[in-house]
Structures are given as C-alpha cells and as structure tokens.
Design a protein around this ligand. Structure first.
Ligand code: SF4
Length: 75
C-alpha cells in the first residue's frame, strides 16, 4: 500500500448553467464567467479553496456543477 493522494475536480454542465455568476463570486480561483457561461479554470481544485468550491457547487441554483473526488496512488 503506497501513499494515496486525494484530489478534487469539478465540471460545469454548459447546458444547465444559467450564468448567474455565483460560483465565480464564491470561488474565483476555480470558476470564471465567460460570456454567460461559467467555466472551470483549473484541472484540479487547489486544496486551499476546496471548501469554497464545494460550497459553490452546493449553492449553484441549477445544480450545474459536478464534483468528483479522486484518490490516486503516489509512486
Ligand atoms: S453558480 Fe451554477 S448557474 Fe451560476 S454561473 Fe455557476 S455554474 Fe452557472
């Protein structure tokens, strides 16, 4: 058993996002509004903003943000 690394990734469903901008306001390190669509700016969510990002996903009024947790072995 090696050491495992946790990581969080997020995706915004462009069909669902209504461009309200809440996620960008709550976690600008991860989300950016481009036109009337939120986009994810990072491949993985930096640890220091994980909570803000999870909160944004929870509070998104149309549940357009999917959160995935990954556990990867570190070699
Ligand atoms: S909070 Fe949800 S609906 Fe609003 S911009 Fe972000 S992803 Fe889109």
């Amino acid at each position: 058993m090696g050491i495992k690394m946790r990581m969080l990734t997020v995706e915004v469903d462009p069909q669902v996002c209504n461009g309200c901008g809440l996620c960008e306001t709550m976690c600008p390190e991860v989300f950016a509004l481009v036109g009337d669509q939120a986009q994810v700016r990072v491949n993985r969510v930096p640890e220091e903003v994980e909570n803000a990002c999870l909160e944004a996903a929870e509070l998104c009024p149309v549940s357009a943000i999917a959160v995935r947790r990954h556990v990867e072995p570190v070699r």
